[in-house]
Design a protein around this ligand. Sequence first.
Ligand code: ADP
Length: 572
Amino acid sequence: MRKKLLIFTMTVLIATIVLISFLFYYYTKNLLINTVANELDYQANIAIDFINYSNFNDFDEIAKKIKESINKRVTIIKDDGVVVGDSDVESSKMENHKDRKEFLEAIYHGKGISFRKSSTVNQMLFYYAKRFNYNGQIYIMRLAMKFDLIKQIQKNIIYFLFVTIIMALILASSLAWVFLGKFIEPIRDLTKIATIISMGDYDKRIKIKTKDEIGQLGHSFNIMAARLQETILDLEDKKNKLISILKSMDDGVIALDNNEKIILINPAAKKMFDIKEDVTGKHFIEVIRNLELEELIKQNTEDEIEIKIPYPDIKYLKIKITKIINEKNNESVGTLMVIQDISKMKMLENMRSEFVANVSHELKTPLTSIKGFAETLKDVEDENVRKKFLDIINIEAERLTRLINDILILSELENKEYALNFEKLNVLEILEEIQYIMKPLAESKNIEISLETNCYDVYVYGDRDKFKQMLINLLDNAIKYTNEGGKVKIKLEKIKNQVIISIIDNGIGIPKEHLPRLFERFYRVDKARSRSLGGTGLGLAIVKHVVNLMQGKIDVESKVGEGTTFKITLPL
Ligand code: ADP
C-alpha cells in the first residue's frame, strides 16, 4: 500500500512539475523575446532617427553606418518588399521580402518579429521589423541579431529546470516515503490485529495513538472487536450447552436439513445405530438403512414409529419425527428425529407376558391334578386308594403353596421399599444356622454338608430373611441335584473387601448350554426331574434377585456328572 501511494503521489507530483515547467519555460521564453524585441525597438528608433537626420546617397551605405553603431545587421525594405539597403549584403542582389513574416506584421501592425534561418547569411536570426516614413514613402526598418544568445539562455533555463525537477523529485519522493510510512503505520497495525482476531485471538485490541480519522477507525474497530468477542463467546457458550445437553441425553437425536442430509447427531443416536464415524453432511439413507423410516421421512409428516434394528444386537427403537420450524418465517428447515431405545421395555413386556403364561401353566397343572383326584375320590370305595389319592392331592396342594410362596417372594423382592429392611448380617453365623436347618434333608439322602472358612467376623448388609432364603434355595438345589452319598460344601472367604460364599456339590451338573439362562424364571434343565423333586423353577430367580439387591454378583460353574459350584460375591 505504501508503494502504491508513493507511485500515485509521485505521478501527481511529476505531472504538476512538468506542467509548471512548461508554463515557466514559455513564460521566460516570452519574457526574453519581449526584452530582446524592446531592445531592438529602441535601436530601430535610433536607426530611423539616423536616417531622418543624415545626408546619404544610398540606403546600403546608411545601413552599414547604422550597423557600426548598433552592431546589428540592418535591412531597409520598401513597402512593396523590395530591399533598398542592407548592411551585410548588396541590396540589389537580394530577393523581394514581401512574404517575410516580420515584414508583413510590420506593414499591418507597425512592428513584427520572426526567427528563422537566414538564406542570405545561413544562420538562425532574430528579426525585428518596424514601419517608418521617409520622404512620404513607407519603409520597413529591419534589424537582425544572431539567435545564439537567446538559444543559450533557453538552454540554461532548460538545464536549470531539469536539475531542479530531479532534485525536487528526489527530495519529494524521500519525504513522501517517510511520511507515507508514518501515515500507513496505524493501518498496518489495524490489518495485523484484524488478522490475529480472524485467527481466533479475540482479546487483541489496537493501541490508539492519534485522534484523527485513523484513530477513530481504530476506536470503532476496538468496539467492533469487543462486540464480536462477546457474540462469539455467547454463541460458543450456547453451542457448548447444546452439545452437553445432547451428549448427556439418553434419547438419540438426529436433525436433517430439507435435503435429508444429517446436520446433527448425538452420541446416543450414534450408539443406537452403531455408527462409529462422523456422518454429519451425509445423506440420511447412506447412514440409516430402514425402509419404514425412509418412507416416513419422505412423506414429510410428523409421526411416531417403532422399528427393529437387527444389527449388531436386536434392538427396538421408538422414533418421533417432527418438523424443525424457523420461528422467523414459519418455514420448515428440516426434520428432527428423537429416538428412544425401547428394547428393555419390550423385553420386560415379553418377560411379563411370558411370566403370566408360565404362572398360569404352573398353577394349572397341580390344580387340574387336585380337581381330577378330588372328583374321582367321590366314587372310590377302597380305603387304600382313597388314602393314596388324598396324599397326591396333598402333595399337589403343597406344590401350589410352594409356587405361590415363591411368586410372593419374587414380587416382594421387586418391591423397591424392600431395601428398607436391610441390616448388618454376620455371615458365618447365618451359614452355620442354614447348615443346621438343611442337615436333616441332606441326611435323608445320606449327603454330607460341610462348612469351610478362614474368616470369622465377616459382615454384609442385607435383609436377614431373604439372605437365608437365598442360601436355602442354593443348598436345597445342591442336595436335590446330588445323588445319594454325595457331598455338599459351603465355603466362606474374604478377599480384599469382598465376601465370597460358594455352594459346591458333586452332583449331576448342568450342561453348558443351559448356564446362561439358568437364572430365568421357570427355567429348568430337566423339567420332569425338577417337578418330581418338588421344584418350582423360581429358586434361582429368587437367588439372583437377592444377590442383585445386595449389590453382589453370582457366577456358576458346572460339569455334567462332576458337580456344580455357585459363587456369590458380596461387598463387605
Ligand atoms: P427348581 O425349582 O427347578 O430347582 P431353580 O430355579 O432352583 O428351580 O433351578 C433351576 C434349574 O437349575 C433346576 O431345574 C435345575 O435343572 C438346575 N439346577 C439348579 N441347581 C443345580 C445344581 N446344584 N445342580 C444341578 N442342576 C441345578
